[in-house]
Design a protein around this ligand. Structure first.
Ligand code: NAP
Length: 281
């Protein structure tokens, strides 16, 4: 049975240290960090993610504001709101929860956020900095995964890592961060032929495709490290990852559970980047 990579425990530890820093600022009468989260519409998954972010911010002790906007809000109104927060010096981080309704251009919205306040790390400027090796604001999910692997002293240098999924927010930056750790990286996606042949060669497999329990034990070699990014919600609200945990955990050396693996780390990285902005202020 592989060791569980306990993202919840590490996230709690990191958030405790942020809490101490923030309470020190409070005692000194300094301005506290502030994160603004904009949620458009009533997507159930998005509401859960936003609530979790709000809770973490409250636990750490900084200001968090959630703007809940109607599904029908215009792109222009959303852009104006972002401009307002860009100019507001009390705001350290702005996050627009994705996905957005179809009538709003997501790229335009991400581009509108001041790159310095882009604590999600999705702005093209921050992506570009990452890709030229000068990381600033990092995409939170891959950033959290690297931190979790390091916490468990998992060697990445010289290892073969296979990333399944090539989205801008997870797959692509994940592959790049693994490359920065000197792994040899293969990026795969829905058009990849013989996926199983590739994953079976991998020392590290990161799955981010959004298909419940897709990765079964026959996809990995014995002793592989398996990171499950997937969050797939059943109709009853029950959450499963992209990995068939019970059978893969028997074969893997380390594995992230869902929930309690990558998700809490993503939130912690968001909190960390918001606090870092206030620290640099
Ligand atoms: P996405 O934008 O939908 O991208 C999915 C990727 O998976 C695409 O690149 C797609 O390939 C690939 N794919 C789909 N089916 C595949 C298959 N059968 N074989 C190989 N590749 C396949 O998703 P995302 O935003 O990256 O998110 C992925 C999952 O992670 C979702 O479940 C999401 O909820 C979860 N997530 C979790 C966190 C967290 O904090 N834990 C954060 C973000 C996302 P093509 O490009 O060819 O279409």
């Amino acid at each position: 049975m592989g060791t569980k990579l306990d993202g919840r425990a590490l996230a709690d530890k990191l958030q405790e240290s942020l809490k101490q820093e923030v309470s020190q600022w409070k005692e000194e009468g300094k301005r506290l960090p502030k994160l603004v989260v904009v949620l458009v519409g009533d997507d159930v998954g998005s509401q859960v993610y936003v609530r979790n972010k709000e809770r973490a911010a409250q636990k750490i002790g900084f200001y968090s504001q959630v703007d809940r906007l109607e599904e029908t809000v215009s792109e222009e109104a959303l852009l104006n709101l972002i401009q307002e927060y860009n100019q507001d010096t009390s705001v350290d981080g702005i996050l627009v929860q994705l996905p957005l309704p179809k009538h709003i251009d997501e790229e335009k919205i991400i581009m509108a956020i001041d790159a310095k306040k882009d604590v999600d790390g999705f702005h093209p400027l921050n992506m570009g900095k990452l890709f030229v090796g000068q990381p600033d604001k990092m995409p939170c999910t891959p950033f959290g995964i690297i931190r979790l692997l390091k916490e468990y002293n998992i060697e990445m240098s010289g290892k073969h890592a296979v990333v399944i999924g090539r989205s801008n927010i997870v797959g692509k930056p994940m592959a790049h961060l693994l490359l920065m750790e000197d792994a040899t990286v293969t990026i795969t996606h829905s058009r990849t032929k013989n996926l199983k042949e590739l994953t079976k060669q991998a020392d590290i497999v990161v799955v981010a495709i959004g298909r419940g329990e897709f990765l079964t034990a026959d996809y990995i070699k014995g002793g592989a490290v398996v990171v499950d990014v997937g969050m797939n919600r059943h109709a009853d609200g029950h959450l499963v990852g992209d990995v068939k945990f019970d059978e893969v955990s028997e074969k893997a050396s380390f594995i992230t559970p869902v929930p309690g693996g990558v998700g809490p780390m993503t939130i912690s990285m968001l909190m960390e980047q918001t606090v870092a902005n206030r620290r640099e202020d």
